[in-house]
Design a protein around this ligand. Structure first.
Ligand code: AHR
Length: 542
């Protein structure tokens, strides 16, 4: 029986079964197969991304040591506190497109002596009208020593993107040397000590360029493969396993763009198959777009469904690239690294200087839930994922302008989903009547419910997360645990009656989740999911 048929028949059975037991019909079904593990959910799937763009670094993260804004060594304290709460696993830096125009040396040495350079993003039309500032002219006050301080304060691992377009492999080797050479061993190790860190930083994740098909050099995949090999041959490793991440494709809403994946991997393999031993991951970027008028907070129900539909395309993109990778890398040594993902709206910016700084609403929260569930369901394929971007940008978790700061609905979804980290992803099948809608004159439909499940064997704990995209209807769902039985549980729900709800500086708590004990027991029970919601059930197993 095909998966869809299985779910449809389960839905029919669930509906009659539950009606007989409770007098209420189920309009949703979830089957969790405890004995069908998919793969471990690496904590790194909840990684973040920070670029020298708009208000991400300057003001978002870095406020300066002499600022009146509470800070720890110049880094915004409110952000550090929230990232500690999130136990953020890994942060990518310094770009993005910025990375391929960045000389890491500019961000070392005494801050007062660092050069000011034109920022990659200075060309962006949105910045033409705003006064000059760090968004246009990069002061380099925040460089490797400050980023490493940020990582130490938050507990995150660093993931650096090297400049392939405009620096040489020697410059890359020397950045690795500056970061990782043993204390006092070389001139660069001594420069690191003078910058505040005698001991090596131990940076293991290194991206070899960014979007090398575009802002990272306009390469063809075969040309990029040559650069990749040059950059990764004989890099000093100081006894550490360096994890190189190849610049991968940018997937569109209508096409996964596997041509880049194939072209690059074939060209690497043509030299030597064993090169896959050091290619830790292939990066993939997928931005799911925006609403009909580009607004993050003003949209119709049809816009809502369409953007969620587009977010769901991540699922087939992962499968398409994984299959293409397997044709060349037969043992699947190389994993996927989705190091940029999220919605990409076009207004309204929280500050004109802060490029792409749009307040996320409940719509973005559901995009986050759908995407993190997809990552869980593909856990065996993924080594790392990084949402774009951490603060004041695109699919952001935080907004900050000077002394004002708030978390966004996206933050709360990450906070809820951290319970999955380190767990074993399980086969999850869910369905509910699909939702027909019309978008820009064309009919379409979105599934009625989706989610993921993970088991934490030691604690005998099952974590189930579910998105109900229906803007007005709740879903009473029969949940069956095949191979386990529930004893007790807790539920966390992020739901608002207004689908446009969002947090701003005046209303930082407009959207926040609620928690309660959950009445769940046995291997089959009912649960009602609120309209337009993200729900987490944490279930203690018998
Ligand atoms: O996240 C913003 C930009 O989007 C990044 O710099 C680039 O890699 C992508 O195109």
């Amino acid at each position: 029986m095909k998966r869809r048929e299985f779910i449809a028949s389960s839905l029919a059975l669930a509906s009659t079964g539950m009606a007989a037991r409770t007098g209420r019909a189920a309009n949703g079904v979830i089957e969790i197969l405890i004995n069908e593990p998919v793969g471990r959910i690496a904590p790194e799937l909840h990684g973040q991304f920070t670029e020298h763009i708009g208000g991400v670094i300057y003001d978002g993260i870095w406020v300066g040591e002499n600022s009146k804004i509470p800070n720890q060594g110049g880094i915004r304290k409110a952000l550090v506190d929230r990232l500690r709460q999130l136990q953020v696993p890994v942060v990518r830096w310094p770009g993005g497109c910025f990375a391929d125009s960045y000389n890491w040396r500019d961000g070392t040495g005494p801050q007062a002596e660092r050069p000011v350079r034109t920022n990659f993003w200075a060309n962006d039309r949105a910045l033409w009208k705003v006064p000059d500032g760090p968004q246009k002219y990069e002061p380099n006050t925040f460089g490797t020593p400050e980023f490493m301080r940020f990582c130490r304060l938050t507990g995150a691992k660093p993931y650096f993107a090297a400049n392939v377009r405009s620096l040489s492999p020697l410059d890359f080797d020397q950045w690795v040397e500056y970061c990782n050479a043993p204390a006092e061993s070389t001139t660069l190790a001594r420069r690191r000590a003078a910058d505040g860190s005698r001991e090596p930083h131990g940076v293991t994740y290194w991206g070899i360029g960014n979007e090398s098909w575009g802002c990272g050099g306009n390469f063809l995949p075969q040309e990029y493969a040559t650069e990749y090999r040059r950059f990764t041959a004989w890099v000093p490793d100081y006894g550490m396993k360096l994890n190189f991440i190849g610049s991968g494709p940018g997937a569109g809403i209508d096409h996964p763009n596997v041509a880049w994946t194939r072209g690059f991997l074939e060209a690497v393999a043509a030299k030597r198959l064993s090169l896959f031993d050091q290619l830790y991951g292939l990066s993939l970027h997928y931005y799911c777009g925006t609403t009909g008028n580009g607004s993050s907070i003003n949209f119709s129900a049809a816009d809502w469904y369409q953007l969620l539909w587009q977010a769901n395309v991540m699922d087939s993109h992962l499968t398409a690239h994984w299959l293409a990778m397997g044709e060349i890398d037969r043992d699947h040594k190389v994993k996927l690294v989705v190091d940029e993902w999220g919605a990409w709206h076009s207004g309204p910016a929280i500050d004109p200087r802060y490029l792409f700084s749009y307040p996320p609403s409940m719509l973005d929260a559901l995009v986050t839930g759908i995407t993190l569930d997809i990552f869980n369901r593909h856990a065996e394929k993924l080594a790392m994922c990084n949402v774009a971007q951490l603060i004041n940008n695109l699919h952001t978790l935080f907004l900050a302008v000077e002394d004002r700061f708030t978390v966004t609905p996206n933050f709360w979804v990450f906070d809820m989903y951290k319970a999955h980290r380190g767990g074993q992803s399980l086969r999850f099948m869910g369905d509910a009547p699909s939702i027909p809608y019309s978008y820009q004159g064309k009919g379409n439909s979105l599934w009625g419910l989706a989610g993921s499940a993970s088991i934490h064997q030691k604690e005998k704990r099952l974590v189930v997360t579910v998105v109900n995209p229906n803007v007005s209807e709740e879903r009473t769902t029969e949940i069956t645990l095949h191979g386990a039985s529930a004893r007790s549980g807790r539920v966390t729900v992020l739901a608002e009656t207004d689908i446009h709800a969002h947090n701003d500086f005046e209303h930082p708590n407009a959207v926040r989740p609620s928690e309660a004990p959950a009445k769940v027991s046995g291997s089959r029970f009912a649960w009602t999911f609120k309209p337009a919601s993200v729900t987490k059930l944490e279930i203690d197993l018998a």
